[in-house]
Design a protein around this ligand. Structure first.
Ligand code: VGL
Ligand code: ZN
Length: 211
C-alpha cells in the first residue's frame, strides 16, 4: 500500500542538484536526469517551502579524478575522512554545467544551499560534508523555520539524494523520498545499496502521484 500525503505548514520539498552537469549532455550525466524537472515543478507548487541544493565545486576540487595523478573517474581514493569516489570534473562554480536546468522552476525557492565548495572535501549530503561531521547549517535552518518533514527529489538517487535523506532522518526530521522524481547514477550496485541504507535509516518511500 502506498501512502497518500496531505501537506501542512511544516513540510518542505528539498530539491537536490538539478543542474546541467547531471542532465543529459552534462559532464556527469545521469540517465534521464532531466525527466525529474516537470515532476519537481508540479510538486513545487504544492509545498509551503521549497529549498534547492546546488553542487558547487572549485575547479581543482579533490573529488575530481583530474586532481589526482594517474586516476580515472569512478575509481576511489583514500581521503583523510575516508574513501572518496572520483568523478569527472563537474559543477564547477560559475560554469554553465553548475547552473540549474533551465526549466527548473525556482521562483518560489526560499533557500539555495550550495555544497562541496571547499577544495579538500566533498559533500554529497545537504546536511553534512563527506567527513560526516562538518555541518552545512541546513538542520538549523529547517528547525528555526518550523519544518519537520522533508520530501526529497532530484539527482542523484544513490549519492546526493541518498545521503541527504539519511541525514534528514538522523537529524530527527521525517524524511520522504519521492522515488519517481529522482534518477540514479547506479555505479556498481550503488542504487540498491542506497535504497537499503535509506530504508534502514527510516526514510519513507513515496511516489509523486500521492502528494
Ligand atoms: C553528485 C556525485 C558527485 C550528486 C554530486 O549530486 O549525486 N554525485 N557530485
Ligand atoms: Zn559533486
Amino acid at each position: 500500500m502506498t501512502e497518500t500525503f496531505s501537506l501542512a505548514d511544516g513540510d518542505a520539498l528539498l530539491v537536490i542538484d538539478v543542474q546541467n552537469d547531471f542532465c543529459p549532455g552534462g559532464a556527469l550525466a545521469v540517465a534521464d536526469g532531466d525527466a525529474v524537472v516537470p515532476l519537481i515543478n508540479r510538486l513545487g507548487t504544492a509545498f509551503p517551502h521549497v529549498l534547492l541544493t546546488q553542487d558547487w565545486h572549485t575547479p581543482d576540487h579533490s573529488s575530481f579524478a583530474s586532481s589526482h595523478a594517474a586516476k580515472q573517474p569512478f575509481e576511489t581514493v583514500p581521503m583523510p575522512y575516508g574513501e572518496q569516489t572520483l568523478w569527472p570534473d563537474h559543477c564547477v562554480q560559475g560554469t554553465p554545467g553548475a547552473a540549474f536546468h533551465r526549466d527548473l522552476e525556482r521562483t518560489r525557492a526560499e533557500l539555495v544551499l550550495r555544497k562541496g565548495f571547499r577544495r579538500e572535501i566533498d559533500s554529497y549530503s545537504a546536511f553534512y560534508e563527506n567527513d560526516r561531521k562538518t555541518a552545512t547549517g541546513l538542520t538549523g535552518y529547517l528547525r528555526e523555520r518550523g519544518i519537520s518533514r522533508v520530501f526529497l527529489a532530484g539527482l542523484a538517487t544513490d549519492f546526493c539524494v541518498h545521503f541527504s535523506a539519511v541525514d534528514a532522518a538522523r537529524e530527527g526530521f521525517t524524511a520522504v523520498l519521492i522515488e519517481d522524481a529522482c534518477r540514479a547514477i547506479d555505479l556498481a550496485g550503488s542504487l540498491a545499496a542506497a535504497k537499503q541504507a535509506m530504508h534502514d535509516a527510516g526514510v519513507i518511500f513515496a511516489t509523486s502521484a500521492r502528494i
